[in-house]
Design a protein around this ligand. Structure first.
Ligand code: URA
Ligand code: SF4
Length: 269
């Protein structure tokens, strides 16, 4: 079990590196690059600091921007795209997601759930995958957990209608809300990378173990990952519990509130 999850992380971390170095070579990926300068995971031995170190440098976005789109499909620097163009590309991405058949989750979904919110948000919330309500509506985090999440955001002046964007690791519902399988997270990952590049969030909030482990690149419990700030591709990332977990375990409320204050402190500094 444990090995399998570690293997999944390894695959995804290689994916992140590939993306930063020149975009995914995947049929459903579009050549936009992350607008920032360094990649995911913290070093394994740095504990206790408020900000953990990134995995390593990637080429400056400007170098790639100068090259534009080459025959090899080098990605464009997303920061050079104007807001209207980024919105246009997000709609186009949503259309690709809606029609996507790149993993077996497409067979059981009712509606794919690409994501929703504003561009250039203060925070991009990243969950695990759609549940029953999301599968029925095509919108992320609209069920009970989603309404609870909206309250957390509201407590620090954030809202998906005003200054936040919400997305998931996988865009189609895993049957019976099981964890996404490695092949599914991996197949869907290029969409999330494109979204981050086009949305350009100031911070990232990962909710739950699955999204936190994948984006932090560390196979630890959410309880030990949370409580500090990481960097994902140069973007400050705060991990916390999943709202559905907190609904089941009121003991997680206090740590979540601490994490929301941590997020707020980054936004106001
Ligand atoms: N849980 C998630 O992780 N994402 C959703 O969109 C809804 C519930
Ligand atoms: Fe495609 Fe992602 Fe849906 Fe799988 S979960 S079918 S990769 S959109």
């Amino acid at each position: 079990m444990k090995m399998q999850a570690e293997d999944r992380l390894w695959e995804l971390l290689n994916d992140i590196d590939d993306y930063l170095e020149g975009g995914f070579r995947r049929p459903h990926a579009s050549p936009v690059r992350l607008p920032v300068s360094s990649a995911a995971a913290p070093s394994a031995n740095s504990r206790g600091g408020s900000v953990e170190t990134a995995r390593g440098p990637s080429p400056a976005a400007a170098e790639v921007a100068a090259a534009g789109e080459t025959e090899a499909g080098a990605p464009e620097a997303a920061e050079l795209l104007d807001p209207a163009e980024r919105k246009r590309r997000l709609s186009e991405l949503a259309a690709r997601v809606t029609a996507c058949t790149h993993c077996k989750l497409h067979k059981t979904r009712r509606k794919a759930v690409p994501g929703m919110g504003v561009i250039d948000p203060l925070v991009m919330v990243i969950g695990e995958g759609p549940g029953a309500d999301e599968d029925a509506s095509g919108l992320p985090f609209v069920g009970r957990a989603g309404q609870y999440l909206d309250k957390w955001l509201e407590a620090i002046d954030l809202s998906r209608h005003k200054n936040a964007y919400i997305a998931n690791i996988v865009k189609c519902r895993p049957p019976n809300n099981r964890d996404p399988e490695p092949a599914e997270s991996e197949a869907c990952f290029p969409y999330l990378m494109e979204q981050i590049a086009l949305v350009r969030p100031k911070t990232i909030l990962t909710v739950g173990r699955v999204a936190s482990q994948i984006l932090i690149g560390r196979f630890d419990s959410i309880g030990s990952l949370r409580g500090r700030v990481y960097q994902f591709s140069g973007i400050p990332l705060v991990p916390t519990y999943h709202p559905s977990g907190v609904l089941r375990n009121p003991g997680y409320r206090r740590p979540v509130w601490e994490d929301m204050k941590l997020l707020r402190s980054i936004l106001t500094r």
